[in-house]
Design a protein around this ligand. Structure first.
Ligand SMILES: [Zn+2]
Length: 373
């Protein structure tokens, strides 16, 4: 039941037939989990709070820094140094004291994600990195909760709602494999115009509210793309992939995995014989290495920087050299590197599949090599 004060507060909603008193009570009874209280989370959380969503959970382990304030409108000058959760809570209370705020001062991980997310109706993905994005997707699919996805880059943003249980695709249907780490710059590297997450995060709040009210059409199977420079919204169709490893007909992902590893963020253990560190590579090369040493990056990457002695064979053309390699013996030592170790790992796996016994990946790739003292 809404109090007299609440009825006055939400008066503008009552003349909308899609909301009304009944819808407002739905909002009050609802809960939304926002992963991240940053650029996207800021407007999303503020509008959800203002609209009267009863419970808002926020996962964020960071403190407010001055460089956040250009876009993260939940936080202000007075909150510098404070945890983003405490700052967000103060701001929410000021906007709407009727909202219950639940704070999770930790990173969203495979260990805590299911436990945290299970109590919420809708999940808002306000993350800025691939491991957490895949985790957020997988948790949502496993718990059958709609995942309001968005991402931003410089002057462009995109939005969708992933919900296989409502008939749409999931994030993995759109992007089965994460990009090679290092190939997609983060917002910190690439920059982002401050108002962009304001627009896209507000769209996320709108979709969450529509889902709660059960009104309108959520963008299931639809990717909305916004180009701020051209002032253009475009739509792309997304199809559910029957082969999707998570929501497909024969899923291979049935529990949460190691997402850092999946996204190639981890340096593998040094004892893995199929992998060597750049230090080991340096030693081998300075000891007159007699095996085969390959670089599977693209030509332009090779031109920017390369490791002396490495032969360039871009991954796409890799199968063409198999006969030549086979002629030198399947037990020949073959060391392969790329930018960060992901593409070369694929090449090694391919070689092992072809029967080669000594395909060795260079962990960390040329990125790690260039950092050698
Ligand atoms: Zn899927």
């Amino acid at each position: 039941m809404l109090s007299t004060e609440e009825k006055a507060r939400y008066a503008r909603h009552f003349s909308l037939s899609q909301v009304g008193l009944e819808g407002q009570e739905k909002l009050k009874a609802s809960s939304v989990l926002c992963i991240g209280a940053g650029g996207l989370g800021s407007p999303a959380i503020l509008y959800l709070a203002a609209a009267g969503v009863g419970k808002i959970g926020i996962v964020d382990a960071d403190a407010v820094e001055v460089s956040n304030l250009q876009r993260q409108i939940l936080h202000g000058q007075a909150n510098l140094g404070q945890s983003k959760l405490d700052s967000a809570e103060l701001r929410i209370r000021d906007t709407n004291p009727h909202v219950e705020v639940v704070k999770y001062p930790e990173n969203f991980t495979s260990q805590n994600a299911l436990e945290i997310a299970k109590d919420y109706d809708v999940i808002i993905d306000g993350t800025d990195n691939f491991p957490t994005r895949y985790l957020s997707n997988d948790v949502s699919v496993m718990l059958k909760k709609p995942n309001v996805y968005a991402s931003i880059f410089r002057f462009e943003g995109q939005l969708s709602v992933f919900a296989p249980h409502l008939g749409g695709p999931c994030y993995r249907c759109m992007l089965p494999q994460p990009p090679d780490p290092g190939t997609v710059p983060s917002c910190a590297e690439a920059g982002v115009l401050g108002v962009l997450p304001g627009i896209i995060g507000s769209l996320q709040a709108m979709e969450a509210i529509k889902l709660i009210l059960g009104t309108g059409e959520p963008p299931l199977g639809k990717l909305l793309h916004y180009d701020a420079l051209q002032t253009q919204f475009r739509e792309f169709k997304l199809k559910r992939d029957p082969e999707c490893a998570l929501c497909g007909e024969h899923p291979t992902i049935t529990k949460l995995i190691d997402y850092e590893n999946f996204c190639g963020m981890n340096t593998p253990p040094p004892n893995n014989p199929a992998e060597i560190s750049v230090t080991e590579l340096q030693q081998k090369l300075s000891n007159n290495f007699e095996g085969i040493f390959l670089d599977v990056r693209e030509t332009w990457e090779y031109d920017v920087a390369n490791i002396p002695g490495a032969r360039l064979v871009p991954l796409a053309t890799f199968p063409s050299i198999i006969p030549e390699l086979k002629a030198q013996g399947l037990d020949q030592e073959i060391i392969i590197h790329c930018k960060s170790g992901v593409r070369s790992d694929r090449a090694c796996e391919f070689l092992r599949g072809e029967g080669f016994t000594h395909a060795i990946n260079v962990a960390g790739g040329i990125d790690a090599w260039l950092k050698l003292p």
